[in-house]
Design a protein. Sequence first.
Length: 253
Amino acid sequence: MSFKSIIPIVPKNYNHNIVIADDADVIADEWELRESLDRFVEKTGVTPSVVTVYDDMWMNGSNTLEDYAYNRYLQEFGDEMHWLIVYSRPKVYSSDGAADWKWEGMQGDDTDPILTDNITQKFNNYLYKNLEDESKNVGTSIAESFDYITGKISRFPKLSALFMPLFMLGFILFHAYFMLGFNELKYRKAVPAPEEGADDVSDVSYGDYNSNKKVSYKDPVQGEKMCPYCGGYFSSKLSKCPHCDARISDDYQ
């Protein structure tokens, strides 16, 4: 769950069609804008679209431009993987020739892993600055804003965000290694050393232990026991052979 929350995952099975509806006639080069939107969807998996309208087109049926953008989203798309930008301006400019423009963005719920608050805020600031520049066409301003934000988005999580889930995973695996007994697998092929009748076990392997010296077998003295794997003697209080590191059960004498 920790990994899922930090790795941007977006669904792929949805309608990727880009909608550009310039009803306010403010986009000079639609192909420039479409190419920017294509680059954005290719990198992020989120499909952007742009709609321009006159103010009276939404004021007659909606209280705010945000309400209109919401209803227009439902009208255009049947999924939650689009990002709709609605630009609006009055039909008649003011006496000084300035347009009292406004715009609203509406994103689907499934775009949240990509369109974070930080990313959308950067886009909003950049687009607002572009629209303030009267020398730029509206379509160019929107295209440049999408190009800017495309370079800022990464599909890979930050290393700082990966630290905690990786630490938790390592902690669990470390304890599972010992709790499931994987640390004792190296003794799975070990065989007991002969108890009597052998006084030379040089170059004979018992598990991971290889004896390169003669071991003289004798009866253990009081307080000692013999390792069944390497034949060495050690204190009966120990549960591990100090010679070959084999674990000896308490009931073995």
